[in-house]
Design a protein around this ligand. Structure first.
Ligand SMILES: [Zn+2]
Length: 153
């Protein structure tokens, strides 16, 4: 660090402490040349998970948004909040395992759809109808037919 008094780049750290929220480290430094003290703050870089949308736009992964979507799909359905939180956690683990920490919306969508299918079929169709971006009722009905066939198996 360059000394703000004399410009020397040699200093020694006399004290380091983490901020209350643990997001910055405050360091008290002493210039080796003029012996004056100054303070620096270092920010801890946090890992941002990125969602790649259909049109290739990227936005930070927002677990609250995903959770809200799941809750909406499961309205008045016998699916517990904890089960939905687990799905969100699983998506986060999936993201964490990716080397570039990026995931596409369709990867999330398909993953969640699979999880919901096992939990509640109505919630599954509701969620699938949004995530697979059904353009028409025909598509929606095709999905329902598909579902009924699975049920009969
Ligand atoms: Zn100095």
């Amino acid at each position: 660090m360059r000394c703000p008094f004399c410009g020397t780049t040699k200093d020694r750290v006399v004290d380091s402490r983490m901020s209350k929220e643990a997001v910055t480290i405050r360091r008290r430094r002493e210039c080796v040349n003029c012996k004056k003290r100054f303070t620096t703050y270092e920010e801890i870089e946090d890992v941002t998970y990125v969602v790649v949308k259909k049109d290739k736009r990227r936005e930070p992964f927002d677990r609250h948004k995903l959770f809200a979507g799941l809750k909406r799909a499961c309205e008045k359905r016998p699916v517990g909040i904890v089960q939905l939180q687990e799905i969100v956690n699983d998506v986060e683990h999936l993201l964490h395992s990716k080397p570039d920490k990026e995931i596409t919306t369709s990867e999330i969508g398909e993953f969640v759809i699979d999880e919901l299918r096992a939990l509640d079929q109505v919630a599954y169709v509701r969620f699938a109808s949004v995530y697979r971006d059904f353009k028409s009722l025909d598509q929606f009905l095709a999905e329902l037919t598909n579902l009924l066939q699975i049920e009969r198996q």
